[in-house]
Design a binder for this molecule. Structure first.
Ligand code: PXG
Length: 470
């Protein structure tokens, strides 16, 4: 097929045909895509996106957990433009640096709260969450080698975690579908169960009791492997892509006790949770634990341009810098000046509009109130929020919490109603999740909650009509 010079005159059908002919999408069944055609997203503003047919949708997923400051921010475009005209690119390999990368590292270090004996003075840059987690594996292994403990190789993670899609990222993640393709995980990665109370709590067990039990699986795994072989534990503060799995309050303190007891490093993967999502600049502060490495990406630029990295805590930085010599690892785009300039402008907006505080004191509690009301819906087994993200579970029987047959794909049925009703909401199995821009007004939250309720009603009536309910 001959590619036209401009796509602006193309019909939706033509774009869809070119799309399936040439563009291999991530995490996509291409046979299915070719039959059904992609939804072509053409523009955005504030909290809304539009498709090529002119349909407006409220984006309750912030792109993909990214657009925390909302769409249409001219300041971010201006920052990119200005930096491109000044210095669009230069590498930071051979004893060179650039001003935005230095300023951003300084800014991030000032925003990352010190906890106990941990402070974060250093940043290692990448362009994505996946790359950042690869860097984590490299840094963790180097750290233990330099300390004369090269046998400490195993990194423990959790089932249903998401840590990216590179070989190391997908191995650290706990998605069985990803492991099934490409011979993963790579060696020396081990997984424990996630702290999902709704799914794994025992009858009569309180959430707090469950939190301690779930953290205990880490200790069991450490002892099973041999503590002297364990390098680190990696976890998301709350599991995002896994379905907004919020651990009980007792979970993180117990995890901290265990990693301290065995001296293993703690990696907090905050690709989704940092930059205001949970009401703090960094989410470890909310839960009060002390990570050694903190992964970030996505909302550091509100997704306007790719950037990721690792906040390197003093414990690791000191060893790598003082004992390490050259660290043979890095990327062409580590510290990309345009990406860093956009990140600085993005953080300025977040500071000026006090977005983390707004989530903590205002819109987070407001969303929580609204979600509590959704819990009354006959289809909803549990509805939970944390900061400005939320999840609810679709159930067949509210009283017994019986779930729908997986084959019915109720999450996808509900998601279909969301699209048609002008709402972007994600389905993770039968968990429906949101992570909207942190700029939402109360009126926009009300609008979103009304749409969610409407879609739940439509899904419920489908279930009634088809005899899917208990
Ligand atoms: N860690 C976490 C916690 C993430 O959520 C990554 C690492 C990888 O980041 P990159 O930038 O390499 O994609 C992520 C990414 C979903 C979904 O369906 C979530 C992500 C990516 C794609 C889909 O919720 N999170």
């Amino acid at each position: 097929m001959n590619a036209p010079h401009s796509t602006s005159q193309l019909s939706t059908r033509e774009i869809q045909d070119l799309d399936s002919a040439h563009f291999m999408h991530p995490f996509t069944d291409h046979g299915d895509l070719a039959t059904r055609g992609s939804r072509v997203i053409v523009k955005s503003d504030d909290i809304y996106i539009w498709d090529s047919e002119g349909k407006k949708m409220l984006d309750a997923m912030s792109g993909l957990w990214c657009v925390n400051v909302g769409y249409g921010r001219k300041e971010l475009a201006q920052a990119a433009f200005d930096q491109m005209m000044t210095l669009p690119f230069y590498n930071s390999f051979f004893q060179t640096t650039n001003v935005p990368a230095v300023k951003l590292a300084t800014k991030l270090a000032s925003l990352a709260p010190k906890v106990g004996d941990r402070s974060f003075e250093h940043v290692f840059y990448s362009s994505s969450g996946s790359e950042s987690n690869d860097s984590n594996v490299r840094m963790v292994r180097r750290y233990w080698d330099l300390l004369g403990q090269p046998q400490r190789k195993v990194i423990i993670s959790r089932h249903n975690a998401y840590h990216g899609s590179t070989m190391a990222g997908a191995s650290l993640g706990g998605m069985s579908g990803m492991h099934a393709q490409g011979d993963l995980p790579i060696p020396n990665i081990s997984h424990i169960e996630q702290p999902y109370f709704f799914e794994n709590g025992k009858p009569g067990e309180s959430a707090d009791e469950f939190g301690v039990r779930a953290a205990g699986w880490l200790e069991e795994k450490i002892l099973q492997i041999g503590a002297e072989k364990v390098a680190a534990f990696i976890a998301e503060p709350i599991q995002g892509a896994g379905g907004v799995i919020i651990p009980p309050a007792t979970y993180w303190p117990e995890i901290q006790r265990i990693v301290d007891k065995y001296g293993i490093l703690l990696i907090s993967d905050e690709v989704i949770c940092a930059f205001g999502r949970l009401g703090h600049w960094f989410a470890y502060e909310k839960f009060g634990y002390k990570p050694d490495l903190v992964t970030f990406a996505k909302a550091v630029t509100s997704g306007y341009i790719p950037l990721g990295g690792v906040m390197v805590g003093n414990r690791v930085a000191k060893v790598l810098i003082e004992k390490g010599g050259e660290f043979n690892h890095g990327y062409t785009y580590s510290g990309h000046p345009v990406a860093c300039a956009v990140a600085l402008a993005n953080l300025e907006i977040m500071e000026r509009e006090q977005l983390p505080k707004r989530v903590k004191d205002d819109i987070g509690p407001y969303l929580a109130q609204g979600f509590e009301k959704l819990a009354d819906h006959p289809l909803v087994g549990v509805a939970e929020t944390c900061g400005f993200t939320a999840g609810l579970v679709l159930v067949k029987n509210k009283a017994t919490r019986e779930r729908f047959d997986e084959k019915l794909s109720m999450g996808m049925v509900c998601r279909g109603h969301c699209f048609r009703s002008g709402l972007i909401m994600r389905a993770v199995g039968d968990r429906m999740i949101i992570a909207p821009p942190l700029t939402m007004t109360h009126a926009q939250i009300d609008e979103m909650l009304a749409l969610i309720r409407q879609c739940l009603d439509l899904t419920y009536s489908d279930a009634q009509k088809n005899g899917w309910l208990a």
